[in-house]
Design a protein around this ligand. Structure first.
Ligand code: RB5
Length: 170
């Protein structure tokens, strides 16, 4: 697998920002990631939380990133909690959000190529800062392939609008 980490970083799509948030368990990794994004001269919106000491509720911080992304089309998001699981579950409830939990570079690459993941989620208790930063570089630098993958994303949005079919047999 070739790593795109040496290539210059493209900004988020036109008019967009990268909105970032975490809970207390993700605070350390979020700090490193925000520093990286600033180094890369990407427009960052840091929505908290403010420290690792005070326990906070991850859904509230996740929702702030979702709201920021939906308010500014072309934006992307990064969410970090302890495992990344709570933030993933939270973010994927909202139409237009495609959140991918990534703890390796292959997932970071493929979630862009095939899933056009516009929100990266990581677990601050699962990976260290160096791997986290490489995951962010890969996720930022990898384009969506479109084509049949776009058809599948369209299907996801369409199916999410449908009512559950009561009594349907598997
Ligand atoms: C907080 O202790 C932890 O539950 C949270 O960061 C996250 O891992 C939830 O999914």
């Amino acid at each position: 697998m070739s790593s795109p980490s040496s290539k210059p970083m493209p900004p988020p799509e036109r008019g967009g920002v990268i909105a970032v948030a975490c809970d207390h368990a993700g605070f350390g990794l979020k700090k490193e990631i925000v520093e990286l994004l600033c180094e890369l001269k990407v427009e960052v919106l840091d929505l908290g939380c403010a420290n690792a000491q005070q326990s906070v509720h991850y859904p509230l911080f996740g929702k702030m990133v979702v709201d920021a992304m939906l308010a500014r089309p072309g934006s992307r998001g990064i969410l970090i909690c302890g495992t990344g699981l709570g933030m993933s579950i939270m973010a994927n409830r909202f139409p237009g959000i495609r959140a991918a939990l990534c703890h390796d570079l292959y997932a970071a690459l493929m979630c862009r190529r095939h899933n056009d993941a516009n929100l990266l989620v990581m677990g601050g208790r699962v990976i260290g800062p160096d791997l986290g930063k490489e995951i962010v570089r890969t996720w930022l630098g990898t384009p969506f392939e479109g084509g049949r993958h776009q058809e599948r994303l369209d299907l996801l949005e369409q199916l999410a609008q449908e009512k559950p079919r009561a009594g349907a047999t598997p």
